[in-house]
Design a binder for this molecule. Structure first.
Ligand code: DQA
Length: 170
């Protein structure tokens, strides 16, 4: 069953990582940086905590397992941050899963795929993403957490005094 905004605000941000990101730190550090995925997870948890939020940080090398994480996120997440890694450029199945998520989805990349090989220029994930943050290394994840926090913040209710003033002026 779909969840409403108020219910999802109490939930963690799901951060879903795709294939080969488990090898960060040693994987092409000149492109992806020296931080390990575990280090990025700790930074993300701290950034989320600074907004009073929590995270569920996931990684899989298997497309089907990522689909299962995303199906779970439909009812268990406040919003989703996804670095689908190589599947960004190939996976209709991951796009289909993302399109069923009503909460905000932010696509992130450590590198800037648009500035690399041609085959990295197309992203299936982008079709379902509210926004894309790429090329800023681990900061791409941290800025995506700020974005989810802003996008899902409870909107302050207008006080009756403000409403009255507006009506009087009209
Ligand atoms: C990546 C970019 C993808 O093109 C690549 O396949 C990855 C990592 C990034 O974070 O820069 O595995 O998503």
């Amino acid at each position: 069953m779909a969840i409403n905004n108020k219910q999802s605000r109490a939930l963690p941000i799901y951060i879903v990582n795709g294939p080969n990101l488990n090898l960060l730190g040693t994987r092409e550090p000149e492109i992806y940086g020296r931080a390990t995925l575990g280090e990025i997870e700790k930074l993300c948890a701290a950034r989320a905590a600074s907004h009073g939020l929590t995270i569920v940080f996931l990684q899989s090398n298997k497309e089907g397992e990522m689909v299962e994480f995303l199906q779970e996120a439909r009812t268990a997440a406040r919003g989703v941050i996804i670095n689908a890694a190589g599947y960004t450029h190939t996976s209709v199945a991951i796009l289909d899963s993302l399109q069923m998520i009503k909460q905000p989805v932010i696509e992130v990349h450590l590198s800037n795929p648009a500035a690399r090989e041609d085959f990295r220029r197309h992203s299936y994930v982008s079709r379902a993403a509210k926004g894309v943050i790429a090329g800023l290394g681990q900061d791409s994840y941290l800025l995506a957490i700020d974005a989810i926090a802003n996008l899902t913040a409870a909107k302050p209710r207008k006080s009756p005094a403000v409403k009255k003033k507006k009506r009087a002026r009209a």
